[in-house]
Design a protein around this ligand. Sequence first.
Ligand code: FAD
Length: 352
Amino acid sequence: MTQHTDVVVVGGGQAGLATGYHLRRQKLDFVILDADPAPGGSWQHMWDSLHLFSPAEHSSLPGRLMPAQPGETYPDAGHVVDYLSDYEKRYGLPVQHGTRVEAVCRGADRLLVEADCGTWQARAVISATGTWSRPFLPTVPGRSAFTGRQLHTVNYRSPAGFAGQRVVVAGGGNSGAQTAADLAQDGQVEVTWVTRHPPRFLPDEIDGRALFDVATARRRALDADRDDTGGVASLGDIVAVPPVRAACDAGLLSARPMFARLTATGVRWADGTHATAEVVIWCTGFRPALSHLAPLNLRGPRGHIPTDGTRAVGEPRLHLLGYGDWTGPASATLIGVGRTARDAARAIAQLP
Ligand code: FAD
């Protein structure tokens, strides 16, 4: 049976919920289809020790401040899941959990959204599926020869289960630094951290608040045709959240260059040195989860869909939210997604 609505939102993480808040304000009829059986988006899957890089009051969706977490300046992932679950309930957002969208196609005058439990016809679709379900693994020689265990960030939860093992953590971003710190501080794991470039730690006083201000200032400068003030990446890659700072201070976080290949028993560098390892953890990032949009044939360079703000250039009834700065400045952050969600809802309300 086909159902009809003004807007289908694909994905019920923070981006989908912020969108729901603004669609409601525009008095549009909508449904949010979310593959996860429970609220919280990807936060429910992140590693146990993960904390936000901004305090609660700087990590809020539109309409409702995130409450502080007792005893924590930077809330943990569980606190974010609680906040998002409460947000969904408080605003009565029509989220249908456990529903995966397989395809979005063009119908006669509507978009057709095909999910595993039925089809929707909609005037517009907002895609907010995040990146967590598309972990990225680089092509590295010997990967299939390695006889140990290989994991990606999405499979890592805690040092439990790694005691007494030699673990190589690959990746010079926040997830690499935090995972290496988490394992090293456990004291029972022998950790080798490898990065493609020497790690660039942000100064201690720079957290998510300052990063948001930098991203906003840059957007304002570019919009006003002023000189580029330099984005967040110009400052560094790794936020010195307390566990990372502590591991650095204890001398536990020195990185080696990226190895040249995996062997059956470990990793080998270009100079021939070898480290034996039982486990390699790839903290090598994500790609946007866009396979459900393939029938629309909109992909541009680097796998992204070209956008004007949040609107897909090749399909004005489709908006994309939350994947990265290419869908709006800071769209992939708790504090930043509200602005892009508001703009998308307003644009959809004006569709004929
Ligand atoms: P997600 O949270 O991934 O939600 C997407 C939802 O879409 C999921 O519920 C999923 O089930 C659903 N979905 C996917 N595909 C389909 C489909 N085909 N059909 C239906 N549903 C589907 N941001 C901050 O502001 N502060 C931080 O401190 C911070 N730390 C981060 C730390 C890490 C390790 C990572 C990876 C990101 C961090 N971010 C942070 C960035 C960002 O806030 C998160 O990635 C956030 O989860 C993105 O929200 P989202 O709603 O876009 O995607």
